[in-house]
Design a protein around this ligand. Structure first.
Ligand code: ATP
Ligand code: MG
Length: 160
C-alpha cells in the first residue's frame, strides 16, 4: 500500500534519537518538504531502516553524527544513511549484504547481532523493486543508500 516514506523515516529517526539520548550521538535528518508516497509493505520497510540505522549507531564513535537523507528524483527516491564510524574496508564492501558476513569477527561478537540484518534488508528492498548499496571509507565512515521506485504522479491517487 502507498505509505509516506517521509513519515516512516521521521518516526524511525525520532525513535533512535530517543534510544541514543544518553549516548553522545547526533542523529539528523534532511527530507523533502512534500510527502513521499511509496508502495510498500510498511512493517518490512521499517525492518530495513531499523537495521541500517542501528548499524550506524552501533559502529559510530562517541560524538559521532548520523545523517538520514532523502532525495527524490524523476522515477526514484534515494535514502542515504551516513555515519562517521569505523567504516568498511573496500574488499569487504560487497560482502556485507551476504548472510552471516561480519567485517571484524571479534568486534562483531562484542557488539552482538547475527550478521543477517543487511542480507534481509537487501531482500526486502529488491522485493520492492529497489536496490541497496554501500559507499564507505575505512576509519572515516559509511553511507548505505537505498533507492526505491517512486512516482510523484501517484500522490494524486492516495487517500481515495
Ligand atoms: P544483525 O544486523 O543481524 O544484528 P550485524 O549488524 O552484524 O548483525 P549486518 O547488519 O548484516 O549484521 O551487517 C553486516 C556487517 O557489516 C556488520 O557486522 C559490520 O561488520 C558491517 N557494517 C554494517 N553496517 C556498518 C556501518 N554502518 N559501519 C561499519 N560497518 C558496518
Ligand atoms: Mg545489523
Amino acid at each position: 500500500a502507498p505509505t509516506d516514506l517521509k513519515e516512516l523515516l521521521s518516526q524511525i529517526t525520532e525513535r533512535f534519537q530517543m534510544i541514543t539520548k544518553d549516548k553522545n550521538i547526533d542523529i539528523r535528518k534532511q527530507f523533502p518538504k512534500h510527502p513521499v508516497y511509496v508502495d510498500m509493505d510498511k512493517d518490512k520497510m521499517v525492518q530495513v531502516f531499523d537495521n541500517i540505522v542501528s548499524n550506524a549507531v552501533k559502529y559510530s564513535p562517541d560524538g559521532g553524527m548520523i545523517m538520514i537523507q532523502m532525495i527524490t528524483r524523476g522515477q526514484a527516491v534515494d535514502i542515504e544513511i551516513t555515519d562517521e564510524g569505523v567504516g568498511i574496508p573496500k574488499e569487504s564492501q560487497e560482502k556485507i549484504f551476504e548472510r552471516f558476513y561480519r567485517v571484524d569477527k571479534a568486534r562483531a561478537r562484542n557488539l552482538g547481532g547475527t550478521g543477517l540484518g543487511l542480507a534481509i534488508a537487501k531482500e526486502i528492498v529488491q522485493a520492492h523493486g529497489g536496490r541497496i548499496g554501500v559507499n564507505s571509507v575505512w576509519k572515516k565512515g559509511t553511507t548505505i543508500s537505498v533507492t526505491l521506485p517512486y512516482s510523484i504522479a501517484k500522490k494524486a491517487s492516495v487517500g481515495e
